[in-house]
Design a protein around this ligand. Structure first.
Ligand code: MLC
Ligand code: AMP
Length: 473
């Protein structure tokens, strides 16, 4: 019973849903399961309420209400701005101001100035809407750059459809799968792949709330998504990891999967994990395949429709010889439509390739290995992308902080952990470190809090006065 495009959420095709008594349930989340019919009815009721809006903000808690709100917007053609539920005041205000969100849909944070449109779980409507144009922007996802506040990545419906179809092809993902994950619903991984993917392909999805080893083992799915931190926590609990041997495919992405974790997972589950590489800006462009080689430390070949190339510092081609390192550039139908309000960020080449900011190696079989990031100021911690500049700006807002430099240091669990080197104005103390950590959480969001604060007398600077972060890492 395959579903097909042209609808972005093909498995919610109203005719198929009305006809299909044997269609599997759509989404299990927050201990509630919703059928495709109930999801379509509730989301269409949301669509009726908001169809005159252009852009709405959704506090992206992992709940049924969030799912219904997102689907309602996609039915009505209203752009969604997912807001991290734990975002602090500065980050949330920036997202709302920059995006021009007109209302909160569903739950709203206390003290908001915007109107709040409720999402009623039991309301139903069977009105039908025309499918919006593929160029319409479905989501504006806020993601960190090296400096400044997060930028709004505009993803069109057409890009999302192309990106999901490429993954269905690479992973042989069909409606017969059951996807399991517990990732946040405000980034590409958890939201676009992990929620829209199943709603396009037609496979049920079980969201576990948090991506714990216990919840993954208990969920009994066929397809699992996780960031490397999730997989490394799973292999530390061999009895739980073994439960995943019943699955078809384990997929890792958002950050480098350490080779020992790849090997341990293979040993415990009998499945060599699929690794795939992507960005908020590009969705997933590289992946190993369900029917192909899986090589520890490598992220596979370009997915359907994607081309890649390597460039050196003088913009000359770098050979694809499995050893030479170059800046990775990509192009393909799943790329974003630009950063909102920032037309000239210089991330595109004149001939239309996107500069990923990652450095990579490509071999003769077109297999890719991600070597690292060009900038020391982009940190990946637990799969979250975090700009050092954003945390530094937040910390400089605290009266006790004279100077600060934030870096990512290697961490077995998180890949990198955020460490802030601080020159304090009036002496340092453990209490001040705790206060500063909490202060970042109040301004930004929980995962942007430094894990460690190191008080120093001075920061290493070059002759120009610029902090030399390489000396700190
Ligand atoms: C965390 N804690 C802190 C702290 N940081 N306490 C004090 N100071 C700090 N700095 C607390 C937490 O609040 C929590 O407390 C406890 O420590 C454990 O925190 P943790 O180690 O962060 O674990 P957890 O909260 O479980 O988070 C790990 C994780 C999370 C893997 C679940 O990092 C995660 O969801 N990552 C997914 C990121 C993601 O989806 N990225 C995709 C981007 S899209 P308590 O009390 O709450 O237990 C993308 C494109 C692509 O990259 O390619 O996919
Ligand atoms: P984000 O914008 O949060 O999507 O982060 C994108 C960044 O995550 C990329 O530019 C890479 O640096 C990193 N990344 C994503 N997937 C992988 C992977 N499989 N291996 C290594 N790095 C990855």
């Amino acid at each position: 019973m395959p579903y097909g495009p042209p609808l972005l959420l093909a498995s919610l095709n109203p005719i198929a849903v009305a006809a299909g008594a044997d269609i599997p349930d759509a989404v299990t989340i927050d201990d509630a399961t919703v059928s495709r019919s109930d999801l379509l009815g509730a989301a269409t009721s949301v669509a009726e309420r908001i169809s005159r809006a252009d852009r709405v903000a959704i506090l992206a808690e992992p709940t049924l209400r969030t799912v219904i709100a997102v689907v309602g917007c996609l039915i009505a053609g209203v752009t969604v701005i997912p807001v991290p539920p734990d975002s602090g005041t500065a980050e949330r205000e920036h997202i709302l101001r920059d995006s021009g969100a007109q209302a909160w849909l569903g739950v709203a944070p206390e003290g908001t100035d915007l109107p709040v449109v409720p999402v009623r779980l039991h309301a139903r409507s069977w009105h039908t809407y025309a499918e919006p144009d593929p160029s319409a922007i479905a989501f504006i996802l806020y993601t960190s750059g090296t400096t400044g506040p997060p930028k709004g990545v505009m993803l069109s419906r057409g890009a999302i459809a192309a990106g999901l179809d490429a993954l269905a092809d690479a992973w042989a993902w069909t409606w017969k799968d059951t996807l399991v994950h517990g990732l946040p619903l405000f980034h590409v991984h958890g939201l676009i792949l992990g929620l829209l993917g199943p709603l396009r392909v037609g496979s049920p999805v079980i969201h576990t709330g948090k991506p714990t080893p216990e919840a993954y083992a208990a969920a009994a799915g066929s397809l699992y998504f996780g960031v490397p931190t999730v997989w490394s926590r799973i292999v530390e609990k061999p009895e739980l990891a073994k439960e995943l041997s019943k699955a078809r495919l384990l997929v890792s992405g958002s950050a480098p999967l350490p080779v020992p974790v790849f090997e341990k997972l293979t040993e415990l589950t009998g499945h060599a994990p699929i690794e795939r590489y992507g960005m908020s800006e590009t969705m997933i462009t590289l992946s190993t395949r369900a029917d192909g080689e899986r090589r520890p430390g490598w992220v596979g070949t370009p997915v359907q429709g994607v081309e890649t190339r390597l460039r050196d510092e003088a913009d000359n081609p770098v050979p694809h010889d499995g050893e030479s390192i170059g800046a990775l550039q990509v192009r393909g139908p799943m790329l974003f439509a630009g950063y909102l309000n920032r037309p000239d960020t210089g991330d595109w080449t004149d001939d239309g390739w996107f500069r990923t900011g990652d450095v990579a190696v490509i071999d003769a079989e077109n297999f890719h290995r991600i070597v690292g990031r060009e900038s020391i100021d982009l940190i990946k911690s637990g799969g979250f992308r975090i700009g050092a500049g954003e945390i530094e700006t937040a910390l400089l807002g605290h009266p006790a902080v004279a100077e600060v430099a934030v870096v990512g240091l290697p961490d077995d669990d998180l890949g990198q952990r955020i460490v802030a080197f601080i020159v304090a104005r009036d002496g340092s103390s453990d209490a001040l470190a705790t206060e500063l950590t909490a202060y970042v959480g109040e301004q930004l969001s929980a995962h942007k809090r430094p894990r460690e604060i190191r008080f120093v007398d001075t920061l290493p600077r070059n002759a120009m006065g610029k902090v030399q972060k390489k000396l700190l890492v």
